[in-house]
Design a protein around this ligand. Structure first.
Ligand SMILES: Nc1ncnc2c1ncn2[C@@H]1O[C@H](COP(=O)(O)OP(=O)(O)OP(=O)(O)O)[C@@H](O)[C@H]1O
Ligand SMILES: [Mg+2]
Length: 159
């Protein structure tokens, strides 16, 4: 199964992220993939808003991983936001301890996550971003973690 949503503007991508927060549960790992500038960080900022992150969320390109406290009533107390674009080797992935991003009461969003997907196994959701000829972004959600969440994902798609 896959779910699509088209975002004509950056604000649309942000709102798509905010509403995607309604699909999320504690312990989730979401891999964001798509070319440079495809909208991964914009989406992550929306997710953060949806999860009740108060502080400003910026791109973790150079720090690789950032952690944000969340304030919501859904049992998600932390958002890990990672960007593994600059990760050069599997050794570095191991050094970053990306596996530790998987936490019972946290959600992890990983930009360029496809690079490190072997670390996370199959129990993930993938959000793939592609840029169309009008500079809009087509988002597609797939992955084993979508199982049992059809109604939430249908609602996300139909906005
Ligand atoms: N649907 C959209 N339509 C038009 N512009 C968009 C859309 N979504 C995001 N953008 C814009 O694209 C630019 C790059 O977005 P963003 O930084 O989120 O991409 P990214 O995938 O995180 O890039 P990187 O690979 O460098 O991390 C921003 O200026 C953002 O506002
Ligand atoms: Mg980014």
């Amino acid at each position: 199964m896959s779910w699509r949503r088209y975002c004509a503007t950056g604000e649309d991508t942000n709102v798509a992220g905010e509403e995607f927060a309604l699909v999320l549960r504690p312990g989730d790992v979401i891999l964001l993939s798509g070319q440079l500038g495809a909208g991964k960080t914009t989406f992550a900022q929306g997710v953060a808003r949806g999860l009740g992150v108060v502080e400003r969320v910026t791109s973790p390109t150079f720090t690789m991983v950032r952690e944000h406290e969340c304030l919501n009533d859904r049992g998600i107390s932390k958002l890990h936001h990672a960007d593994v674009y600059r990760v050069g080797s599997l050794d570095e992935v191991v050094d970053l301890a990306l596996g530790e991003l998987v936490e019972e009461s946290a959600v992890a969003l990983v930009e360029w996550g496809e690079i490190a997907s072997s670390v996370f196994g199959l129990e993930v959701m993938n959000v793939d971003f592609s840029i169309d000829e009008n500079e809009g972004r087509a988002l597609e959600v797939t992955g084993a973690l979508t199982n049992g969440r059809n109604s939430e994902l249908d609602a996300w798609t139909e906005q």
